[in-house]
Write a protein that binds this ligand. Sequence first.
Ligand SMILES: Nc1ncnc2c1ncn2[C@@H]1O[C@H](COP(=O)(O)OP(=O)(O)OP(=O)(O)O)[C@@H](O)[C@H]1O
Length: 578
Amino acid sequence: MKQKREFAEEKVEEEEMEEINEEIEKLEENVEDEEMDTEDVEPKPEAKIGENGLNKDRELFKVLGKQEMKNLEALKVTSSWVQHATTFSATIDSSTSQSLSKIDIPDFLTVPDTISTWFPVQYSVLPALFKDIQAPPPLRPRDVAIAAPTGSGKTICYVLPVLAAVGSRPSNSLHAVILVPVQTLVTQIVEEFRRWNGPEGTAKVVSLSGANDFDKEQRQLSADPPNVIVATPARLVQHLTAQIPPPIDLSKLRFLIVDEADRMGKLMREEWLDLVEFLCGGMERVACLNDVIRQRRAPQKIVLSATLSKDVEELHLWNLFKPKLFSATATKAKDITSTVPMDHISGRLALPSSISHRLIVSDSKFHPLAVYQQIQRNKFNRTLIFVNEVSSSNRLAHVLKELSQGEFEVDYFTAQLFGKRRYKMLEKFNKNPNRVLICSDVLARGTDLNRVDCVINYNLPADDKLFVHRAGRTGRAGQEGYVISVGDKETKRLFVKMLKVTNLWGDTVEEQMEEYLFEKDLERYTKAIESLKTIVSTNTKTKNGSAAKRSGFEAKRKSRPNARGEKPWLKKKTTTTE
Ligand SMILES: Nc1ncnc2c1ncn2[C@@H]1O[C@H](COP(=O)(O)OP(=O)(O)OP(=O)(O)O)[C@@H](O)[C@H]1O
């Protein structure tokens, strides 16, 4: 019985297969007919025969009908406000700087001795912002985006307007919040406020970041409400959510400023911007007259960066109100929408013209020696060396110390450094000559160190923006600066391609360093490597033995009694029972 059923099923399958084959033959005949029709309409191009003797066209997907498939051109969408930017010169020299008398600043502000002229970005932005403060517009002032090269003086563009808005007799309300991506920048910007705020310091400026103790910050915010807060987003949100109501009242905010805006990442809206805008109020979309009136309360947003993204989605994230763009380009706005596939608004001039770049290509085993020879040959006074891994920072530091034999001091600075030790390290670098500081990218953006002669990319930067920001630690305020990138035949290829695609290659000089150039220092170099190997092997033994030492704030926190007053780190004394 079962066999019969199987046999019947097979029979049905055969009949179905025959029907399907007839269908396919009919289809093929139709297709051939179609081909026949087009035959007399236009001469059929020579059929390309592939190796296997088949018609090449048939090997690809057959497009039915007559339309030709063609690649559509990628649409370049640039916001209209990016197209109609207020532009100014990217170069800083006597011809592009303006005298201080050209801009009236409030008399209660003290001009630091180092400031004698206004840089192009300041001369372009400050009058517009001062005007909005002296004569507030009926609705709310337009938000501002500033795209200018590194070291061009963008910080002052918001420090002065904020201090002008606070006024000479400040009330107890919070006028401005400035957000920056890393805590080293928080301290630097508070210092810039102090420079202009005068010795008695009319405006109360506080810093909120991982460098300070959270509880201490919270007590200070409640006891003495500040006029200006400079913070990292994470620490600000921590204060805004730690207690209800939060000790920070954002409802009367005049400025919401984000420096190094493109570094805040695509998740910033979810992480902190929604919460801050909600607490500021007035950011809702306008649906009725009441909204228009309520919108007057919204703070004026100012976003800044040397590589402000041109990406419409990213710019849209900021929810800017009728934004006004100030952008550094040597020529008019055509640079901004340049055909170069770059996502910087500041166009091809993202690198200050006072910076020269050299690419050293050598075998990777000689890279520490190549770095030493470049520092020694050019007699750089202060050198910043960027590495990608923490491990290579202390190894490179050891080899350079061995090679330099006291010619210059070598330190290294990474995110592992906590609390005050970071600022002591930077202060030591700023105050002393003949320094080499090896650091990770925590110092790549915004950090304003004193007269860095040379930036060395010991490990090449991952993308063009990072290259621009690392290079921008030198050649600041129009001074001369040198950038040296170190690579080997493999890594050089991708690096050169990246810089050429984004028009940052400019007049870079490429130098091949062959093995014979290293012979004169080879003996010392070998000794340095040997001593490094012994240190690394002893370190690995101690690491297996005991936990690595912590430094600074982290170490102090470890040696503090817990809530119950116990000291868990002390070994419990075992009492003998006999
Ligand atoms: N008008 C000026 N005259 C002289 N020096 C100035 C002037 N404006 C700014 N500077 C100095 O130029 C240096 C760079 O300024 P600032 O840090 O504001 O640049 P930036 O554009 O913010 O750089 P980055 O993009 O790296 O953050 C600082 O040391 C600052 O003191």
